[in-house]
Design a protein around this ligand. Sequence first.
Ligand SMILES: Nc1ncnc2c1ncn2[C@@H]1O[C@H](COP(=O)(O)OP(=O)(O)O)[C@@H](O)[C@H]1O
Ligand SMILES: [Mg+2]
Length: 496
Amino acid sequence: MSGPRILVVEADDARAEHITALLDFLDFSPKRVGGIDEIDLARARPQDWLAIVLGAVEDLDEVCRFGAWLARLPLHPPLLALPALHGVVDQLGVHPEQVWPLDWPLRHPQLEALLRRASLQVRQPGEAAPGIGPEGASEPLRRLRRLIARVAPFDTTVLILGESGTGKEVAARAVHAASARAKGPFVALNCGAVPAELLESELFGHEKGAFTGALAARKGRFEMAEGGTLLLDEIGDMPLPMQVKLLRVLQERCFERVGGTQTVKCNVRVIAATHRDLEAQIARGSFREDLYYRLNVFPIEMPALRERIEDLPALVQAIVTRLAADGRGDVRLAPDAMAALAAYPWPGNVRELHNLVERLAVLHPGESIGAALLPPRYRAAWEAAGRPGGAAMACAATSPQPAPEPAAGALSEAEERAAERAALFGTPAVAAADELPEQGLDLKEHLAAIEAALIRQALARAGGVVAQAAELLRLRRTTLAEKLRKHGIAREGDEV
Ligand SMILES: Nc1ncnc2c1ncn2[C@@H]1O[C@H](COP(=O)(O)OP(=O)(O)O)[C@@H](O)[C@H]1O
Ligand SMILES: [Mg+2]
């Protein structure tokens, strides 16, 4: 019984026995508790378990608290939810994509498949450590890592293609780190950022007096990268005359410094990267076809973030961990914020995500960020889609952490109470506006919550423009402004 640990939360003894026996048989280490109160949440860490089997529970409130505790980790261990739990899973406040239904009676192949899937989410031994390789467990990312691992040991020239911010430099560094040159230098040059007339000297160096201002001899990037790897970033921006010179180096592995006569031999692995469509540039005559074929020996295409959106929690986690390690603040994204970000198309890819998380960490240090705190652009698509996965936020109100200071754009008091009620009684926070729940309701609060929800929708639809939102609600602008203040809803421009 030495395999990965699985937490089993099940109030029913016979059922718990059955589950732990099967887990034992599959070579996992089950730890069974009858209720959440048996776990010391102050000392435990979600990552202590590979997965959590959740069955019948007696205290829904407790489970909500457990859910909120888990959800602090964007990629928390999956909850294998038994049917007893199916009606309430979306109230648990956990990340919805980490809730995986489990049949009862247990089916051996299903349980085994789910546990295998859970294992894949955890970093495998030998895989690049965080910060070195590209983050993510999605199929496109696994394919990317396989390509990197396959090409790294050879000195093959690699061409990395992909939208801006997809991590082309991260991939290039990973190739270098996994190659025999790992102990040698990794040198990068952004070919688009250097003025054309300086590019040659930047790449190949110059001799003293080679041109006005060349007061001393200087090494170029090729010499600096000797024995290592040279990344020629934004190769699509390299002027045509330089392309000819680069082609020669790639063919003959030697060059001359500017103003020099001596031929320098070089031992450098070249990786090129660009966000441009090189074939279209060839057609237009701005990129040399012969150079393209030289570079394109082993092409690697970087997936856009929207094509691997399931990696979002892992990426956020990696970014948050890195920021915290650098002492630049700590934040958490609540499940509804994560759901909103998953619906956003990410034109700036991981770089844009990085910038957003960093901004949130600065503005809201130590807080749990709900969707309402995201800049409007990042929640518009999610709101337009009817806030899928957003019900999970209900549990946030019952989380054991001290409630964050009410910030602009946070839930209003009435909304918060409605959410709390929803968590307790399993009724949706605002929907079913005209249905009286069995236990009755506070009419004033209920109406206020409905009002706030409609105002948020109107603002989202109006792109944050108050005058336009007022029109949608048949209100005067000043009246709406007053209501915004009352509900503590921030307008565009007030927020991050
Ligand atoms: N897969 C990834 N995992 C972790 N961080 C990433 C990943 N892809 C990109 N980043 C981060 O995003 C930013 C942009 O990456 P970069 O490699 O410069 O993109 P590109 O060169 O494609 O424009 C960097 O801060 C990088 O650390
Ligand atoms: Mg780049």
